[in-house]
Design a protein around this ligand. Structure first.
Ligand SMILES: Cc1ncc(C[n+]2csc(CCOP(=O)(O)OP(=O)(O)O)c2C)c(N)n1
Length: 614
């Protein structure tokens, strides 16, 4: 890794800046090929990042990343190159901007479309405090499929605040971008005659006093010429000074334009930058969707180092295709996560029943409600942490009318390397709080298949099936319509769990058995409405209960069970809660994080022994 820390980026010339871009690209490629990570977006944003660092002082000026998955060169340039090989590992460099890691990371990021809102807030605080620094938001064209981006843009455009919004437009979300805005951006072509006109115009007018005055007051003339040379800009109508579109791999031009945005324009500016996702690495340029997020890969061929294992998302996608073949009402919805949620096969086989709504989870839920109201059977496949965006729509549009919307909640539980913004540890609380919602939790692929079929054919009202990232463990079971299962009889202590955590709990039960402790293992199939009877009976027998679950402490099933015990008048000697706690879990491998949270078999067994006073 290059020792970037000794570099004074503000003083380098254009040639040195180009060299720096190549060095950064090489370092990102080498590191990500070993650790895995978000490659294509970071490669596409190298020149833009170098230009930003040349023009702004990002320890003081505030750069707000949208999603933040394009931040690797920013991290290398801001004191993290010496440990960049720890990227996304436990206690290593985070994959997203993280203020706790560096002052240069202005704000936490991970979810899309909020950067303009956050940046406007910062600009407003700056103005109220009579401070002087620049505030920038960097977002991709994919982020513009999210409604929140327009709330920010609309408010920022009319605010008059000095704010620089950089639109990194590569025509891609994770897969091909969707929607009207994407088509609009594709029509914005760079017109060299406009940029030449502007350069000449400024040179002439800024050369003397009269010219300077003219430059300020001649805005109308300039706008008229610009309108003649460029297609009408929606952003200008919102109140932004629109610059571009500009070649996002020309670091010299980007630097000039950023200088101009900083010094030459008052009020909100939008700089439209065209980039190539995966730039500089042929396999990623050819298949930017595959190189959006990658595991370790071979640098020469781009081939993944470890073959992908069967996983819950793929099982879900295959099962949904099978069910859709037999029922023409079944439709699939994704919010820009077609591949991640296992829907590639469905999209290819049933294009007319497949809907990618863009990064618009709230809209996806409301659209599903409309479809269900009119007799379709919508299945919205969505990551647990992104569905947080759709909570109000779940209550207002789906639950009040008890509509039969099926939620396939992927990445439930700890997701690993993406860290605190992505762990699916809040859906247990927010889904089980919704009146009329059925929440199912498979512990293996077969249970997922059977639960999905049941949710589509036998359920009414809203149903969510929550399953984790990755593959299944040793546990094999099947689903019998929501009844709680007693997997192992015992008298010593009751171990309660659901979902994939059953593997760790069964391991703990074995460890305990080897030490002479006879644990009863109970697995909830349906966590809402839960069939508590077997749990209450078991608690009455053992007197000691431990609940292990991969979710946040507040609103967890263990706390709901405590309320059930109180309501049913069941007295237990101890209730031990094993969950992810009441903070935010950092990034790291899922196995490391399970150990960190005490959700591995060994720690569960240890906690059970503690409960027994051993
Ligand atoms: C609310 C939310 N939904 C989904 C995602 C998953 N996601 C991460 S990056 C991305 C695509 C973003 O596209 P764009 O902003 O254009 O950046 P690019 O990847 O093209 O550089 C998506 C859908 C997310 N981060 N946040």
């Amino acid at each position: 890794m290059e020792p970037y820390d000794s570099l004074d980026i503000h003083t380098i010339n254009d040639e040195q800046a180009e060299e720096l871009c190549q060095t950064l690209r090489g370092d990102i490629l080498r590191a990500v090929s070993q650790t895995g990570g978000h490659l294509a977006s970071s490669l596409g944003a190298v020149e833009l990042t170098v230009a930003l660092h040349r023009v702004f002082d990002l320890s003081r000026d505030r750069l707000v990343f949208d999603v933040g998955h394009q931040c690797y060169s920013h991290k290398l340039l801001t004191g993290r190159s010496d440990r960049f090989d720890t990227l996304r590992t436990l206690h290593g460099v985070a994959g997203y901007p993280k203020p706790a890691e560096s002052d240069a990371d202005a704000f936490i990021a991970g979810h899309a479309s909020n950067a303009v809102s956050v940046a406007l807030g910062m600009a407003r605080a700056r103005t109220l405090q009579f401070a002087s620094y620049d505030v920038l938001a960097l977002l991709g064209d994919g982020a513009l499929t999210g409604g929140l981006a327009y709330e920010g843009l609309s408010n920022a455009g009319q605010s008059g605040e000095k704010l620089i919004v950089i639109l990194n437009d590569n025509g891609m979300s994770i897969t091909q971008n969707v929607g009207g805005m994407s088509r609009y951006l594709a029509r914005q072509r760079l017109k060299p005659q406009y940029l030449n006109f502007k350069k000449g115009y400024q040179k002439v007018l800024r050369s003397n006093f009269v010219g300077k005055k003219l430059y300020r007051f001649n805005h109308k003339v300039k706008t008229a010429v610009k309108d003649a040379l460029l297609p009408c800009s929606m952003f200008e109508n919102m109140g932004f000074t629109y610059l571009g579109p500009v070649d996002g791999h020309n670091v010299k031009l980007l630097t000039r334009l950023l200088h101009y945005a900083k010094e030459g324009v008052d009020g909100p500016v939008l700089l439209h930058v065209k980039t190539v996702k995966g730039k500089g690495f042929a396999p990623a340029e050819e298949a930017p969707d595959k190189f959006h997020g990658v595991g370790p890969f071979d640098l020469t061929t781009g081939e993944a180092k470890s073959p992908s294992r069967p996983n819950y998302s793929a099982v879900f996608g295959q099962s949904l295709c099978a069910l859709a073949r037999g029922d023409r009402r079944v439709c699939a919805i994704t919010a820009a996560m077609q591949s991640g949620t296992g829907l590639d096969g469905f999209a290819a086989e049933f294009p007319e029943r497949f809907f990618d709504v863009g990064i618009a989870e709230g809209h996806g839920v409301s659209m599903a409600a409309g479809m269900a109201k009119q007799g379709a059977v919508p299945v919205f496949a969505v990551y647990s942490s992104f569905l947080q965006r759709g909570y109000d729509m779940l209550l207002h549009d789906v639950a009040i009318s008890a509509l039969h919307v099926v939620l396939a909640v992927d990445r439930a539980g700890l997701v690993g390397e993406d860290g605190e913004t992505h762990h699916g540890v809040f859906d247990v609380a927010y889904l089980t709080s919704i009146p009329g919602m059925t929440v199912l939790s498979p512990g293996c692929f077969q249970e997922l298949r059977e639960m999905l079929a049941w949710a589509l054919a036998d359920c009414s009202g809203p149903v969510a099936i929550r399953y984790p990232r990755g593959g299944e463990g040793d546990y094999q079971g099947s689903f019998d319509g929501g009844k709680t299962l007693r997997l192992k009889e015992g008298k010593g202590i009751t171990l309660v769990t659901y979902g994939t955590t059953v593997n760790a709990v069964l391991e703990a039960a074995e460890t305990l058995a080897a030490q002479g402790i006879d644990a009863e293992v109970i697995k909830l199939q349906c966590i809402a409405p839960a069939d508590w009877t077997p749990v209450l009976e078991s608690a009455g027998k053992t007197g000691r209960v431990l609940v292990a679950e991969e979710c946040a402490d507040q609103g967890c099933i263990g706390r709901q069970l405590a309320a059930e015990f109180a309501l049913a008048g069941v007295r237990v000697k101890s209730l031990t809660l094993c969950n992810t706690g009441d903070g935010f879990v950092p990034h790291g491998s899922v196995d490391d994080l399970r150990r960190l949270c005490g959700l591995d078999g060994k720690t569960i067994a240890h906690r059970a022994k503690e409960a027994l006073g051993q």
